[in-house]
Design a protein around this ligand. Structure first.
Ligand SMILES: [Zn+2]
Length: 263
């Protein structure tokens, strides 16, 4: 074999090795691309399934950026109250909010939020309440609350009693009279608001007129044994005009109404 032949063979072998390495690289890239495509396809499928099972993922409000969706973070399956009786859902100390309850929220001008379905009714009522409030629109000082907000309000109240020398159990019992135990507050439904007026008269106006807008004076003093809550003149709950009117005319609280209707 001549010198020249051997040199040619070496060049050929080097070129062959380069080509082989290049083929491996191209091959590996092709496999990676293929795996990525398969993985993305699966992900799309999984996302699609998730959004089908979880209506929260496909809420129009999220796209518009106008409404938000909230739910307790520890919850597994979201419960979105699209049932016909959503406005009659009972939450009190004996009936906690369903785990994973999900609300579509709409923000009020003061920053508080409510279930978007009651927004217009609430605005109408607050506007009309001007006549009982020195011509000023009453404010909503508390609307929707998350489980965490309710927990911190409750803990604060318990600590207040503990600081006064109450035992843990006594402090909890006392606090529970004023602040609902987390999970049992209507505020977590997004259907209740605490109203503040310029004058106390606004509460008297609301007691006489709120039903026209679908809201009820939820905790009257005379019904504390049934509602499990002491009188709260500022707390209003949406139930719908028809129900609120019936309750107002018959002097029923929500627990009584629900029992009477066998709901
Ligand atoms: Zn309240």
């Amino acid at each position: 074999m001549t010198e020249r032949t051997m040199a040619r063979r070496r060049r050929y072998q080097q070129r062959h090795r380069r080509n082989t390495i290049a083929s491996w690289i191209v091959g590996a890239a092709c496999i990676t691309a293929l795996l990525t495509i398969v993985a993305l396809g699966c992900k799309d499928y999984i996302d699609e399934q998730a959004s089908y099972e979880n209506p929260q993922n496909s809420l129009p409000g999220l796209v518009l950026g106008e409404s938000k969706t909230s739910q307790s973070p520890e919850s597994a399956a979201p419960v979105y109250a699209d049932d016909t009786d959503w406005n009659l859902r009972l939450v009190n100390r004996w009936n906690p909010i369903p785990e994973g309850y999900t609300v579509r929220l709409k923000e009020l001008s003061g920053g508080e939020q409510v279930d978007e379905r009651i927004y217009d009714h609430l605005m109408e009522m607050l506007e009309a309440a001007r006549e009982g409030n020195w011509d000023e629109t009453p404010r909503v000082i508390s609307g929707y609350r998350t489980q965490e907000t309710q927990q911190s309000l409750y803990d604060e109240e318990v600590n207040k009693y503990k600081a006064q020398g109450y035992s843990e159990d006594e402090a909890k019992a006392e606090a529970g009279k004023w602040v609902a135990v987390p999970g049992t507050s209507e505020h977590q439904l997004g259907l209740a608001v605490d109203v503040e007026g310029t004058t106390y008269d606004v509460f008297l106006w609301l007691q006489e007129n709120s039903y026209k807008y679908g809201f009820i004076f939820r905790y009257p003093g005379g019904k504390s044994d049934i509602t499990g809550t002491v009188e709260e003149v500022w707390h209003y709950r949406y139930v719908g005009v028809e129900t609120a009117t019936e309750m107002y005319e018959q002097g029923l609280c929500l627990e009584e109404y629900i029992e009477q209707k066998g709901l």
